[in-house]
Design a binder for this molecule. Structure first.
Ligand code: GLC
Length: 753
């Protein structure tokens, strides 16, 4: 029996996709020669200037000092300065008044849309549709570049297994495979195969690395992970971003195994540069260089600058340690000029690949005709609908009829614009947003009356402190809600979080429904139960929520995440059946916050949980299983998976096996199913997860239609890092499960010889 061993670097180079190869080959000698020539002319202050990124005002204005620094060649980039006219005004100073005329690169957090806001990334990931996610990023890129932005700080590709962490909203959830697929899709969408084009921008994979493993789910907190876990769980989406040709990376705030990731030579140099051959640029996160003082690894700003630049960060975001202390550090021999030149080379390389020297200015006319185009809004509506996950639908409560008679819509989020965009809303404007109430009112027939009641109030402030007046208002709000529900023929509860309850610096120790929303739902459901009226819940959330009571009482629950600018239309499309929901959970929904961190691909332990056996791994008070598992999502139709087939009962360690299954739409309505392939390496030299997603495909089927779906599993899917950190495929039995979530499905097995 032979163990197949492939060095990590070999995998990286072997799997480098066309995009990265094309990008670097076009860069090739031409760009490098141009960089050499420019570097040779630059003074040390001008070199250090290229490594400085400063923050514009939140509204997109540049700050007065930016022009002065640009003129002196002491500024390389800004973040938040945006809008073609404002960008051009500052760019003209850099290009027409500085000595070497090096253009600035303008960056912005275009996380899920620039002006047309798409669902939060966690919602987009729930589509399990890379093409849809790529389309969303391409729309964002077109609007951004037309508005003068060259570089987005996205995709955020952090794996998150703890829903207390607010930034789970910004990524693609808990799974390395789904995360890798979505990372690559977003990089392709932002960059295309040439990010110098007028409708493309430079991507930035962040936050490198393992920021999502913050202890306690508390943002910015310590992370401490084995190399095995890093390589197996946290690295894959970043590696996929490199393979897709991502132009930049962003180092993170967290310390990893005691070393801040913004000064960590192992991650920034050995992994990113030596193993993965990444030739792009690394920008630090906001002040994360100077924060190495707070981490206790830098004695002061000069020390922080030296550590950051020496260990692999190229551009400093907002803090000014490198620009301020770089000259004396070099003069005193504490910072080699070669480290400065290497960083400047990377910054110039990205600026040249982005076409900034040839076309430094934005086209103000193009901006006016590009931003918020009708087809972009339509794309946002379609992606939002494809992202929604039908968690429960007992008795086929959904879809509702548009002729329902009298519909009660309850919940303050139903009549809200700002929160529909979630967090990191780019240049999105609440005034552009279609509320859920508006979407419903436009969708129902003229004969249908829609009543609305806000119910109870929720806000970030009220998570900690509530006044008697607020409580009294809630009581009145619940009475009003019960009143319209009693008079209605169908009831829709719109519940969840506000957009500010997730995202950066927004961790929650509880992941329950905020405020008295559960009490509101229970009062409404209890008041209408006898009348057997359809009651459905639309959930708006930036993270998995622990909602066991709601899940037990509400017949139907549709998770809409934060759907973006077209929220109302997209929710109505799904609620009334114009779109059949096909989304699946990219994150596990726990029953209780006490189960966190939690993910479906856990190791079996020596004592797997058994209800009948006390001394096994479980809790006394809460079931260890999830409320809704990873990959879960229902449809308005039904599907059957049949006849799983393997191309061979045994394969060589470097061989492949094809897994085929027939999927049939056994219902009466067209719909999408996501066929998911999970693998278990039953016995290996290290303990392997009880199940791991290795492939998936979202298929659309008409009623009665049957389709064969085939997947290929090979070393990339069957291998793992052994104790010596070698990627190996070991001999033995592999169990394959083809299903529609992380639990259940059709089983098969094969042997690796
Ligand atoms: C923030 C975030 C990062 C963002 C950057 C610029 O602190 O951590 O994701 O891109 O600063 O806004």
């Amino acid at each position: 029996m032979r163990t197949l061993t492939i060095a990590g670097a070999l995998i990286a180079s072997a799997l480098l996709t066309g995009a990265a190869a094309t990008q670097s080959s076009r860069a090739g000698t031409d760009v490098e020669q141009r960089i050499d020539a420019l570097l040779a002319k630059m003074t040390l202050p001008e070199k250090l200037g290229q490594l400085q990124q400063l923050d514009g005002e939140a509204n997109g204005n540049a700050r007065p000092e930016h022009a002065e620094l640009a003129k002196a060649g002491r500024l390389g980039s800004t973040l938040n300065v945006r809008g073609a006219a404002r960008v051009n005004a500052l760019q003209r100073v850099a290009v027409e008044q500085s000595r070497l005329r090096v253009p600035l690169i303008f960056a912005f957090d275009v996380i899920h849309g620039y002006r047309t806001v798409f669902p939060i990334p966690l919602g987009e990931a729930a589509s399990w549709d890379p093409a849809a996610v790529e389309r969303a990023a391409a729309v964002a890129a077109a609007e951004s570049r037309a508005s003068g932005i060259h570089w987005t700080f996205a995709p955020m590709v952090d794996i998150a297994r703890d829903a207390r962490w607010g930034r789970v909203a910004e990524g693609s959830g808990e799974d390395p495979h789904l995360g890798a697929i979505m990372a690559a899709a977003r990089v392709r969408g932002f960059q295309g195969d040439d990010y110098s084009r007028p409708d493309r921008i430079v991507a930035c994979a962040k936050h490198w690395v393992a920021y999502g493993a913050a202890e306690g789910g508390r943002d910015y907190n310590t992370t401490d992970l084995s190399e095995h876990t890093l390589r197996t769980i946290y690295f894959p989406p970043f590696h996929a971003a490199v393979q897709a040709g991502a132009g930049t990376f962003m180092s993170a705030f967290n310390s990893l195994n005691g070393v801040p990731t913004s000064g960590n030579p192992w991650t920034l140099r050995q992994i990113l540069r030596d193993e993965w051959k990444f030739d792009g640029m690394v920008v630090s996160d906001y002040n994360s260089i100077s924060e190495m003082i707070a981490h206790g690894v830098a004695a002061g700003e000069a020390d922080a600058a030296r550590i950051g630049l020496t260990n692999g960060v190229d551009m400093e975001m907002v803090s000014r340690t490198i620009a301020t202390h770089g000259e004396p550090l070099v003069r005193e021999g504490k910072l080699p000029m070669s480290a400065v030149d290497e960083a400047v080379r990377r910054v110039l390389r990205i600026k040249m690949r982005a076409g900034l020297f040839e076309r430094p200015y934005a086209d103000e006319a193009l901006e006016r005709t590009t931003v918020l185009k009708p087809e972009f809004r339509q794309a946002a509506r379609e992606v939002a609908a494809r992202s929604m996950v039908l968690l429960k639908n007992d008795g086929g409560v959904l879809p509702l009829s548009t002729d329902v008679g009298r519909l009660a819509v309850i919940g303050m989020l139903a009549n809200d614009r700002e929160n529909m965009m979630g967090n990191w809303t780019g240049d999105g404007r609440a005034s552009d947003v279609v509320t859920i109430l508006e979407g419903i009112r436009q969708a129902v027939s003229p004969k249908t009356t829609v009543d609305y009641a806000a119910g109870v109030g929720i806000s970030v402030e009220r998570l900690r402190v509530e006044t008697d007046q607020q409580r009294a208002d809630d009581e009145r709000g619940m009475d009003e809600a019960v009143k319209i529900a009693t008079a209605a023929d169908a009831i829709l509860l719109v519940l969840g979080e506000t957009g500010g309850m997730s995202g950066e610096a927004s961790s929650r120790a509880s992941i329950d429904l905020p405020g008295r929303q559960l009490a509101l739902a229970e009062r409404v459901i209890a008041a209408t139960r006898g009348a057997k009226k359809p009651v459905a819940v639309v959930l708006l959330n930036g993270r998995p929520l622990a909602i066991p009571e709601l899940a037990q009482q509400a017949p139907a629950i549709l998770d809409a995440w934060f759907p973006g600018t077209e929220a109302g239309h997209a929710v109505a499309d799904v609620l009334f059946g114009r779109v059949n929901p096909g989304g699946k959970l990219p994150v596990t929904f726990p029953r209780h916050v006490g189960q966190l961190p939690m993910s479906y691909n856990y190791l079996p332990t020596g004592r797997p949980p058994q209800a009948s056996q006390k001394y096994t791994s479980k809790y006394l008070d809460v079931d260890v299983t999830p409320l809704f598992p990873f990959g879960h999502g229902l449809s308005y139709t039904t599907f059957a998976l049949r006849d799983v087939r393997l191309s061979a009962p045994r394969i060589a360690a470097d061989g492949t096996v094809r897994v085929s299954v027939d999927v049939e739409n056994t219902g009466v309505r067209a719909g999408d199913e996501v066929v998911q392939v999970y693998v278990r390496d039953v016995v290996a030299s290290v303990s392997r997860p009880v199940t791991e997603l290795k492939a998936f495909s979202r298929v659309s089927l008409r009623p009665g239609q049957r389709q064969q779906v085939t997947f290929t599993l090979g070393p990339r899917e069957l291998g793992f890092y052994n104790q010596r950190m070698q990627w190996v495929v070991e001999p033995g039995r592999f169990d394959v499960r083809v299903g529609t979530s992380a639990v259940g499905g059709l089983q098969a097995s094969f042997e690796v010889q």
